[in-house]
Design a protein around this ligand. Sequence first.
Ligand code: MD6
Ligand code: FE
Length: 227
Amino acid sequence: MIDDLFAGMDLYDDRREAPAEGALVLHGYGRTEAPAFLAAVGQIAEEAPFRHIVTPAGYRMSVAVTSCGPLGWATDAQGYRYSPIEPESGRPWPPMPKEFSDLARRAAAEAGFSGFAPDTCLINRYAVGSRISLHQDKHEATYDAPIVSLSLGLPAIFLFGGFERSAPTTRIILGHGDVMVWGGPSRLRYHAVQPIKPGWHPDTGEFRISLTFRKAGRPRREGVSGA
Ligand code: MD6
Ligand code: FE
């Protein structure tokens, strides 16, 4: 059944879906950039290797992560946080390639969020069977900016929910090159990634890679001295 759905995907290569107000799926939006982006991810991972995050509760996540940009995703006994330093190496995260932030800014603008300037790009690597359970993204200093995610490689079933964990979810298939934006009234919607199904993609092999762009740090208050 699902295989049939995936088999039909090419027919709908650049279709757009708006699962809720403030949310937009741009199928195929990053397909042209994908090979260069994957090469850049390989370079970033040489400097800041993919690591399996161990949650504050001691659970080792199945998804491996790294980051680029001024801030990166870190976790320790105190919980999750954004840090300018990669905790294992003590060094700053690799810079965010301009092509990454440009794509994120253009995609955000398509969804009505102009001027998006991400200060972090979280790179997730999902092996077959890896998943992320239902959660809200709320570790950022401001919810004014949207979240932009680019999917590469094996497809994922993304569940897009409501404002309570128990709310019904919409299933969205995110394939290679698909971009999803959620912000404004949808910024705090619960979401999840279902376990990645076995498969093989010519560009990523047995993995799904997602790049998620966020404005994590303090909003710049322009014109306010000392801000
Ligand atoms: C995705 N990731 O990889 C969705 N959220 O497509 C997330 O929703 C996410 O990977 C917060 C922190 C890390 C994540
Ligand atoms: Fe999330």
